[in-house]
Each structure stands twice: as C-alpha cells, then as structure tokens.
Design a protein around this ligand. Sequence first.
Ligand code: UD1
Length: 419
Amino acid sequence: MQNFIITGGNRLSGEIQLQGSKNSTLPIMAASVLVNGKCTLESCPALTDVYSAARILNGLGCKCRLSGNTAEIDSASVSRSEIPERLMGEMRSSIMFVGAVLGRLGECTFSIPGGCELGPRPIDMHLAAWSKMGAEISDCGGRICCRMPKGRAHGAKISLSFPSVGATENVILCAVLAEGETVINNAAREPEICDMCRFLRSCGAKIRGDGESRIVVEGVETLHGCEYRVMPDRIAGATYLAMTAAAGGEIILKNACIPESEPFISVLEQTGCCICCKDGRIYLRRGGRLKAIRDRIRTMPHPGFPTDAQAVLMAALATAEGTSVFEENIFDCRYRHTDALIKMGADIQVMGKAAVIRGVRRLHGADAEATDLRGGAAMVVAALSADGESRIGSIFHIDRGYEKFENIITSLGGSIRRE
Ligand code: UD1
C-alpha cells in the first residue's frame, strides 16, 4: 500500500489547469449507454473510478477505450443487462449505470452498491422512482432485478423527498428514452447534473429545467453519438484553493468554473484571503494568518456549501485565528478525518452534526490513514501547512478523485512524494 510523505511549511505558488470533473464524468459515462452510436468524451480525469466505469461499460457489451483524458465509447452493441457484483462494489457511482441500462434495455440486474466510508448510502429514492416509471422490482438470489414489463419505461411525476444528486441523475437516465414525459420535483441542482444533461442534449435528448428544482424530460426514440468535453472539477479546485489558503502563497486556477464555485468561494473569502475571479480564472493569495469563519458553515445541496469541500476547508481553518463551526447536513459519517487533524495538533470537537474548530497557531506532522476521498485530501492539506513530516497512508482513497495530485502539489512548491 502506498503512502504520501509530506514535509510541511513550504508556501505554494503557481498556476494549474483543473482536471475534468469526476462527478460529471461518471454519470456521463453511464449516460453513454443510452446512445446508439459513438461518443468521444474529452477531459475525462485519469482516475481509478473512471477505469471502473470503463470496465462496467465493456462488461455490458459497449466498447469503451480510454486513452489519456479521452474516452471513446460505442454503445451500439450494448447487450447485457447485468452489472457484475464485483464491479458494483468498486464504486458507489456504479448505481448510475442502472438507470441507463434500464432506460436502454428495459431491464437491469445489479447489487446494492453498499455503504461506504461516509455512512449508509441507501438507494430507496432511485428504486421508488423507477417503480413509478413502470419497473417491477424483485429479489433474484440476493441481487436486485428491475424489469419494465412493456420493455420500456413510461414517463411519470416524481417528487423526491430530498434533492439527491444520484437519484436525480438516475431518474433522468431512465426517462430520456421512456415513453412520454417525466417531471422531477425537488430535483438536485448540482452543476454536474447540468453537465450530464448538456451531454445528453448533444445526443438528442429533450431535457429542460436542469439546474432548477423542476426538471422535465420528454422521452425520445433514440440518441445519436456526439463529442463532448466534461466540465472542470470544482471540488478539486476547492481543494487546491484550501491548500494554498492553509499553506500560504498564491495560486491561479486557469480553467475554473466560477459560478459553480461561488458557494465555496464566498465562504473562503471570509478567511481574509484575497480572491479574484475573472475571465474563467480564480486567483487566490493568502497574506497573513487566516481568520475563522464567523457564521456556521452548513453543508447543503447546491447552491449551498458543498459537503465535498467541508473536510478540506476544515483543514485550512484548523490554523485560523478564532473558532469556526461546521454543520454537516448531507452525510452521517463525514467527520472521520478529524482524528487525523487532531493528531496533527488541531483542536476539533465533534458533537453530532456539528464540528467546532478552535484555530491553533501551528500544526505538526503526524502519521495518519486516509479515511475517505475528501477526508484524505484534507489530511494532505493539513500536512502541507504543518511543521515537519507526515505520512498519509491508504491513499487509494485520494487517488479516486485527484489526477496527478502529487505532481500538481510539487509544481506549486509543496514537498510531497509517493512511496
Ligand atoms: C453525490 C456525489 C458526492 C456528493 C453528494 C452530495 C457523485 C458521484 N457523488 O453523491 O460526491 O458528496 O452527491 O453532494 O456525484 N439518500 C437517500 N436515499 C437515496 C439517495 C440518497 O437517503 O435513495 C441520501 C444519502 O444517504 C445522503 C443524501 O441523500 O445522505 C445525499 O445523497 P446524494 O445526493 O444521493 O449523493 P450521491 O449521489 O450518492
């Protein structure tokens, strides 16, 4: 198992090009199952989850070839409606393929993707929506079998009890080739959902309202191939901004998604960093010590503060002047990185949904195990700002979300190596 060895204390400085968004690429790869033809996706991040998605596509009978940051996917030959248990277990986003296979072939057999590091991650909303769209759902020897008796889903009015990103995407995927119109109320509004819808529209889908809480999908008979560039990764962007805020220095994100990053930037600005967003670039400079955030930072569905950026911001606030408070409202177990930050000298108290961070002057290096993707990234952020050396283990979690992580940090002047 590999580790990151990090020596903290260097200021970071430089320009970086953001990777393509992982949370867009995965549903877009799933959406390509619906297409009767060839799609070329540019700017796909080279990440383990993307490789898993390619294996699922090939297992379904599609032809997916990854080369560098390009994915060529031909789903004309999709033939199998079963997703093997082993591939379902590799990543949570495997569930996105179910909506697409169901939409294209009218049936899908799969297993529950399983709870993950963030706590239980049920799929009840996905199943209830497919059932409303005509699916018969049964247990086939421990696996779930969804079948459209008429061979095709039909449109329906779906009201989500919570704006779940995955459920919204999965309903859209099932609705694109369905008979009639599907309306999703209380839909999630995350920018990655809009990216998936833009891709689907480029293939001929009829979707409107994405980015708002009411999405309407008018079913079409077939989709054609297209070329598409995935949007930049706003969470990777937030991580590099938080890292520079923590370590000190200045950074330019060259291809940032400015409006999509606004919920994060507006909070980060309150730390006293100088941030300027212009011409598709985000510039950040940290001069003196960071200031704590006065208002409670509540993670909420977009356009609220993103849960995926909670851990990396917490790592930066660990050395801010004053006390900051987070309230995690999306996932039950999203404070697992706090033990590692405490080991590095942070003063953090977790009480249910809340975490209270009393800023200390300095952190010190320590050995820690990454607990999950963003939690692991937070440990790297903390280690880069700490005195001395840290060893972060279980970095396969971090590799799920950050392309060329150590190369980028090294290019900014950080001291990090993989061994
Ligand atoms: C997606 C993102 C993830 C992000 C999250 C919230 C991808 C690949 N992953 O995950 O990075 O942290 O959105 O922004 O895009 N829930 C249910 N029942 C369901 C579905 C969800 O109870 O059927 C609950 C979940 O347990 C969780 C909450 O709803 O507590 C939000 O989950 P959801 O928005 O679905 O997140 P994901 O799509 O899994």
